[in-house]
Design a protein around this ligand. Structure first.
Ligand code: SF4
Length: 482
């Protein structure tokens, strides 16, 4: 999962990109970068938070009224500085590109770029592969004078190569800003516009911040090119696969900010409805909690609704240190274990001597939940129930979320009763898959639910799945694959 932004307008692009990246920081804290164009590309990228990578001096250097930006959590590659985005290529024209997603056929495509097209790749990042294929197809088209129709034709060839999830923003030097979204729309991408500018972003919160009122979703399989005269060209690159739209349902459960709207659905409203659905599940159990406590921050809306449905008090019982990274998106197990203690502290009077129902978004490996429950007990909670507003995670995400190996899922190896024992909860209550889909609020065909159901919206041969898992494990140990 990453966050992207692309701007073209009359103001300095970086004045929009920098605050937008801050608004998207929750989507990745591993690296950040931006590329702008004015008499050549200006690039700044590196490891760390947005505020760490950028400073007044380098922001001043990023000149131009068109540009792109990126915040990263590594999914392919070891996540070194060489994998930070955007990437730039000099021919044709000069193209800068960054993306959010994961190509499931990355290793084949990488091989093809190197062996068939005799190109050198400097990173393990799939954005560099997309950039090279775009450059290859544009060169083949002999796009000497850039006509959007030719650009879209080149892009059609690129789409045919790519399998997986991708939301892409790209600057074509002296020409304009290009954005495109994978045929299933797995990764979110929105477009904001006003008289002066166009702006693409992973989440609408970034565009709210910049004052855009006209915000729409880029359609699955759609490419949009805005030239330097601010003329907007749109093309449905993958018409025949549009019916198989598959927005990542986990965006609503965990990733996206609650104030974002993705594919027409407000994330906060979705979490309230998920809480309603979980509340109905809780009624089936013989529990009578004194308080319902959210695991912050994602659990808040859902916990409020659970409390309403079951008729219990809703209380804040855990306070989060906002200056600690989100534990789920930290790269190694040891960092994750330490971070839980660092980031959460109980409000003791709210839990001491009480039966507490904790409401959380999901359980991946179980370590975090186990520690939170231990924390509750250590300050005197009488009983601790654990409610999840998503179903058991059992299948690897191959589309860019850091839970690609099946072995990481506690629910893959254990029954619900075994999980309950393992995390030391008195009662463990999961959302159901129909409850999840009803809660988020579209019909089943509108979502990717693969990590819950094993039903992938793109082709994923078993052999590829095994290879992804193997490569993922290997990537954690080595910097370069080849
Ligand atoms: S597998 Fe899960 S996390 Fe990955 S894209 Fe699908 S719903 Fe989202």
């Amino acid at each position: 999962m990453c966050g992207i932004i692309g701007y073209i307008g009359k103001r300095e692009a970086i004045e929009n990109i920098y605050p937008a990246l801050l608004a998207l920081q929750h989507r990745g804290q591993d690296a950040a970068g931006a590329a702008t164009f004015e008499n050549g590309f200006h690039l700044k990228k590196g490891d760390g938070l947005v505020v760490t990578v950028f400073n007044p001096k380098n922001l001043e250097r990023l000149k131009g009224t068109v540009g792109i930006g990126h915040v990263r959590y590594p999914t392919v590659g070891a996540g070194g500085a060489e994998d930070a985005q955007p990437f730039i290529i000099t021919t044709p024209y000069g193209i800068a590109l960054c993306h959010n997603g994961n190509l499931v056929n990355y290793f084949d495509l990488r091989k093809e770029v190197i062996e068939n097209n005799l190109r050198y790749l400097n990173s393990n990042c799939d954005a560099e592969v997309i950039l090279n294929f775009l450059s290859i197809e544009m060169t083949k088209m002999k796009v000497t004078y850039l006509v959007p129709e030719k650009l879209f034709r080149a892009l059609t060839k690129v789409y045919k190569k790519l399998i997986g999830s991708y939301a892409v923003v790209s600057v074509i030097a002296n020409k304009g800003l290009l954005a495109f979204r994978d045929p299933q729309g797995i990764k979110p991408l929105v477009l904001g516009r006003n008289k002066q500018s166009y702006c693409f972003a992973s989440e609408s919160v970034a565009l709210d911040l910049l004052g855009y009122e006209r915000i729409e979703d880029v359609k699955p399989g759609e490419a949009i090119f805005i030239d330097h005269k601010f003329k907007c060209y749109r093309k449905q690159i993958e018409i025949n696969r549009v019916n198989r739209k598959a927005t990542c349902i986990f965006e609503y459960v965990y990733f996206a900010r609650p104030d974002s709207i993705i594919d027409g659905i407000g994330v906060y409203e979705a979490r309230l409805r998920l809480g309603e659905e979980l509340g109905k599940e809780c009624l089936k159990y013989n529990i009578n909690p004194d308080v319902v406590v959210p695991v912050p921050d994602t659990g808040r809306g859902a916990a409020q609704m659970v409390a309403e449905i079951i008729g219990a008090k809703h209380r804040e019982g855990l306070i989060k240190n906002r200056y600690i990274y989100r534990t789920f998106i930290m790269p190694t197990q040891s960092e994750r274990i330490e971070a839980v203690r660092l980031k959460l502290n109980p409000i003791k009077p709210e839990v001491r001597g009480k039966k507490v129902l904790l409401v959380d978004d999901s359980i991946v490996r179980g370590n975090t939940s186990k520690q939170i429950i231990a924390l509750m007990r250590s300050v005197g909670a009488r009983e601790v129930y654990y409610g999840l507003y998503s179903p058991p995670l059992r299948f690897p995400c191959v589309y860019g979320i850091d839970m690609q190996t099946r072995g990481e899922f506690i629910a893959r190896k254990k029954s619900i009763e075994q999980i309950r024992k393992s995390i030391n909860a008195d009662v463990l209550i999961y959302q159901t898959v129909p409850g999840l889909i009803r809660g988020v609020g579209l019909d089943e065909r509108g979502f990717c639910t693969a990590c819950f159901t094993g039903s992938y919206p793109t082709k994923i041969p078993q052999v590829l799945l095994k290879r992804i898992e193997k490569d993922r494990v290997r990537s954690r140990d080595s910097k370069f694959y080849n």
